[in-house]
Design a protein around this ligand. Structure first.
Ligand code: ATP
Ligand code: MG
Length: 330
């Protein structure tokens, strides 16, 4: 049975990249796959989180999933720390993952900053926890943004190594699903960096909850170049290409179509139309999030039910892994 697993971190500032690269695709996929969507709070704490903010952001991300169109009846929605299978399997997989594999992970290098010695062990081991998230559900497909491709390859390597070590096909190798016209939305300030929740500049991203004025301001200030005309040249004009891709993804068209429409227009016209488009697509989601956030007890009920359903899938898988390794359950 085809099953998808995916998640996002409750690190606040949910943005257009998260929506176009991940959440929007989940909404479509829920019709054809058994779907498990996680709020990965254990990943969030690999960097410092204020406890009260973490709780609020966990509920907010749950509200965002539902507001974007994920159906909590059909899909399993839960927060990672409520299902202990994730951390248990992560430890078991830690013990068979060579350090050399983790040394190659680019996200750690980006997030650890200059003084790598001060980064947490959790941040370093993050990709193994992510492998555990996916493998605990024997997920067949994992819809993510382009930035997670390397972690998914590692997940497959870890699963394969486990199966080889124990000469048994316990963990299926999941397929990445990197879908849509905007699989890697770039920062509005720097065309070489991806849009991120953790970027200290709020002007680098469009948040799902930004109002019209904020979106208009951010797009107005978004970096472009001084060349006239609208062309799609990702290598030479990365910032312009980024905005064209965002436009295409929001409007359900190709980058070629967008370029054809604006070929001779000044780029400010594209920015103005893009503002309208972003408000039109994100506005209703933000509104529904606000409505859902007014009843945190209901969100907690959804998460509690989701965690029960998640445990029913993940616990037997972890038991099978434990048994395969030879860990006694007296
Ligand atoms: P953080 O900076 O805290 O890591 P993030 O913006 O990278 O936050 P995550 O919660 O790590 O967000 O990722 C959630 C999902 O969103 C993942 O599937 C990831 O691939 C996707 N994603 C994140 N940033 C982008 C982006 N700029 N473009 C497309 N997809 C993205
Ligand atoms: Mg990230």
């Amino acid at each position: 049975m085809a099953r998808i697993f995916s998640g996002a971190q409750p690190t606040g500032n949910l943005h257009l990249g998260n929506y176009l690269g991940a959440i929007r695709n989940w909404v479509t996929l829920q019709d054809s796959y058994e779907s498990v969507f996680c709020i990965v709070d254990l990943h969030a704490i690999t960097v410092w989180q204020d406890p009260k903010a973490l709780i609020r952001q966990t509920r907010e991300l749950t509200a965002a999933y539902i507001a974007a169109g994920i159906d909590p009846e059909r899909c399993v929605i839960f927060n990672q720390s409520a299902v202990t299978a994730h951390s248990e399997l992560a430890w078991l997989l830690n013990c068979m993952t060579p350090i050399g594999w983790l040394n190659r992970m680019t996200q750690f290098k980006e997030k650890a900053g200059k003084d790598r010695e001060k980064a947490s062990l959790g941040l370093y081991a993050y990709p193994v926890l992510m492998a555990a998230d996916i493998l605990a559900y024997k997920a067949t497909h994992v819809p993510v943004g382009e930035d997670q491709k390397q972690h998914l390859e590692l997940t497959r390597d870890i699963a394969q190594r486990f199966n080889q070590l124990y000469e048994k096909d316990v963990l299926p190798l999941p397929e990445p699903m990197i879908l849509g016209a905007a699989t890697r939305v770039m920062s509005l300030r720097d065309g070489t960096k991806k849009m991120s929740k953790s970027d200290p500049s709020d002007y680098a991203r469009i948040n799902l909850t930004d109002d019209r004025d904020t979106i208009a301001q951010k797009l107005k200030k978004a970096r472009t170049d001084s060349e006239p005309g609208v062309t799609y040249e990702p290598e030479r004009r990365p910032e312009v290409a980024n905005l064209i891709r965002i436009y295409a993804a929001l409007d359900g068209r190709t980058t070629d179509q967008v370029v054809a429409d604006y070929a001779d227009a000044p780029f400010t016209t594209v920015k103005t139309r893009l503002t309208d488009l972003a408000v039109e697509k994100l506005g209703p989601i933000a509104e529904e999030m606000k409505r859902l956030m007014a009843d945190p007890a209901e969100i907690d009920r959804i998460l509690a039910k989701g965690a029960d359903r998640a445990r029913a899938i993940a616990d037997p898988v972890v038991a099978e892994v434990r048994e395969t390794i030879g860990l006694l359950r007296p």
